[in-house]
Design a protein around this ligand. Structure first.
Ligand code: MG
Length: 261
């Protein structure tokens, strides 16, 4: 069942949303060659708790980290570790979730580690544009298929693959609510979007085939062919006035593309 949020709920959700974006920004500031994903994880957990939030991912289904940190051919759900040392030229998707005042905010950004190849930049810029294109379709009366189609057309039009095995989702008092929000689809198909729905749109776009597999650690999702992946995410509410991004802090809903700023 899709839970419709009242205007007051949506206002309250901005508290968790702004904290999750601020945490993501904090993570991005620590991205540099030589940093470990465990360091970034610890800093983000401390930041969220300092602001009286709870890191939503920690312990979720047994997940050990407060962030997901997914590098290069890793798509999502990478486990932060002291043995993952970022290297110049890597791209790293960091996903942060914060629970505060009874609601969840969920967002992700793929950062550059130092300077990255033109090929990697193009993948990241296209994936970010896919997120923007998906959000633009999140208006009452459209369907979930309009969001998926907008993402898919832009990604495939640029020669990239769209991951099928993982999708966006409804967000509320828990992180994963109905509906599923695929990054592929047909216009005018799927659930009709209504005022008060809150969803996370999170395109996962790859350089090669969209087939994925999960590493033996049971969490980290990688592309089967080793092609690199990018991942961007915002949580937003569907309102009569259009999409309202809830994962927005005082600096806005986006992060700079590079890390270490
Ligand atoms: Mg999500």
């Amino acid at each position: 069942m899709i839970k419709i949020k009242a205007p007051q709920d949506i206002e309250e959700m901005k508290i968790a949303g702004s904290l999750s974006k601020a945490a993501l920004r904090r993570a991005g500031a620590l991205v540099r060659p030589g940093a470990t994903t465990a360091e970034i994880d610890a800093a983000v957990e401390g930041f969220i708790r300092l602001h009286r939030g709870v890191p939503t991912f920690k312990g979720y289904g047994g997940f050990p980290g407060s962030i997901c940190a997914s590098r290069n051919e890793e798509v999502v759900h990478g486990i932060p570790s002291p043995s993952v040392v970022l290297q110049e030229g890597d791209i790293i998707s960091i996903d942060t979730g914060a629970t505060k005042a009874g609601w969840v905010g969920d967002n992700a950004w793929t950062f550059y580690v130092g300077s990255v190849s033109e090929e990697a930049k193009a993948l990241c810029e296209c994936t970010r544009d896919c997120l923007e294109a998906g959000i633009a379709q999140a208006v009452p009366g459209n369907h979930l298929g309009d969001i998926g189609a907008a993402v898919q057309e832009l990604a495939e039009g640029n020669g990239y693959g769209v991951v099928r095995d993982y999708v966006g989702h409804g967000v509320g008092r828990i992180m994963h609510e109905e509906p599923s929000v695929p990054n592929y689809g047909r216009r005018k198909h799927g659930v009709k979007l209504q005022v008060g729905m809150v969803i996370a749109i999170e395109p996962m776009i790859v350089m090669g085939s969209y087939d994925t597999t999960v590493l033996p650690n049971r969490w980290t999702v990688v592309t089967r062919d080793g092609g690199w992946a990018a991942h961007y995410e915002n949580t937003l509410a569907i309102t009569a006035g259009g999409p309202v991004i809830l994962t927005e802090d005082s600096e806005g809903p986006w992060c700079p593309m590079q890390g270490g700023y």
